[in-house]
Design a protein around this ligand. Sequence first.
Ligand SMILES: Cc1cc2nc3c(=O)[nH]c(=O)nc-3n(C[C@H](O)[C@H](O)[C@H](O)COP(=O)(O)OP(=O)(O)OC[C@H]3O[C@@H](n4cnc5c(N)ncnc54)[C@H](O)[C@@H]3O)c2cc1C
Length: 338
Amino acid sequence: MEINKNRSLKDLNTFGVNATTKFYTEIHNLEDIHELLEWKEKTDLPTLLLGGGSNLLFVNDYQGLAAKICLSGKEIVEADADATYISVAAGENWHNFVRWTISQGYAGLENLSLIPGTVGAAPIQNIGAYGVELADHFYSLQAINLENGDVLEFNKEQCQFGYRESFFKAYGLDKLLISSVTFSLPKKPQWKINYAGVQEKLKGLEPNAKLISDAIIELRQSKLPDPKVIGNAGSFFKNPVLNIDQWEAIKANYPDFMGYPQSKTEIKTSAAWLIDSCGWKGYRKGDAGVSEKHALVLVNYGNTTGKQLWSVAEEIIDSVSQKYGIILEPEPRRLSEN
Ligand SMILES: Cc1cc2nc3c(=O)[nH]c(=O)nc-3n(C[C@H](O)[C@H](O)[C@H](O)COP(=O)(O)OP(=O)(O)OC[C@H]3O[C@@H](n4cnc5c(N)ncnc54)[C@H](O)[C@@H]3O)c2cc1C
């Protein structure tokens, strides 16, 4: 395991924020994991587990060791009457893995096409898009406890998946290194295509995984700024979940206020609508701002800092709170002090 000192993180986070990490390494195999455990025993410095950096905001420089997970490989481990089980290493690129499953004739993950990042980070916030989330086709994962080296297996129940939530967030980030994830891909897939935009793109066609994936790629490219062109981390805020009374009170004044029932008492609303209605879409202050394409996406127009981006986020939180009494919760992990 090679350790570099004072490495820039600019090319390691999709916001393209120019922070620095005091130490940097890459984890390619089991030996590197053992050396990481030894390093952790020897020093008091924190470790940051880094995937594709597409859900992180570096507000300050990082004072510990950033360890990029580069574990690679995938295999079909089992098949039964209902599903095929595929295990994939944490450092594999998520979207490439999704397209590979489709090319091999397996369905299930097509709605999650084009989400940036790695396979190992996907369970952390139970990634989701277009009516499907990782939990829908998750079978198990393997993680290494970085405090004692224990190798642990987690089944779906133990992962406690929720909306952008999992056991791993609650337990404490950077304590468990997810090394591989096993998916259960159904032999008889149920297409989820009633989402706005997808249905229109598939009109008159017999759906299959590739067609759905292609449609979703097209839709995402038309709606979301490409981080390679304008730095961003996708949705910056979670969609708030309100109780019905709170939702109805706002709806009475704003008839186009959207709501999607989550349970008998809870309604999920659109953070994008709330932000847009407060006039933030297309806002720019220096090089930090809000995408012109999507009110939920904070962007780095060039050389902004994590601090400036976070200051825009705070202004948005304040204005939505004042107008609607709803406190928006950021989705990306914010690294400010360590
Ligand atoms: C343009 C764009 C669109 C996006 N669209 C979506 C979307 O539709 N749906 C969605 O859910 N998300 C979306 N995201 C957010 C992001 O892509 C996902 O959260 C993704 O899973 C993050 O993967 P990553 O490898 O980049 O993780 P990173 O940003 O590197 O890390 C995220 C978190 O996971 C931890 N972590 C990373 N790897 C491991 C590991 N192996 N073991 C333990 N912990 C680890 C990190 O410490 C950190 O806390 C989008 C982001 C962008 C830029």
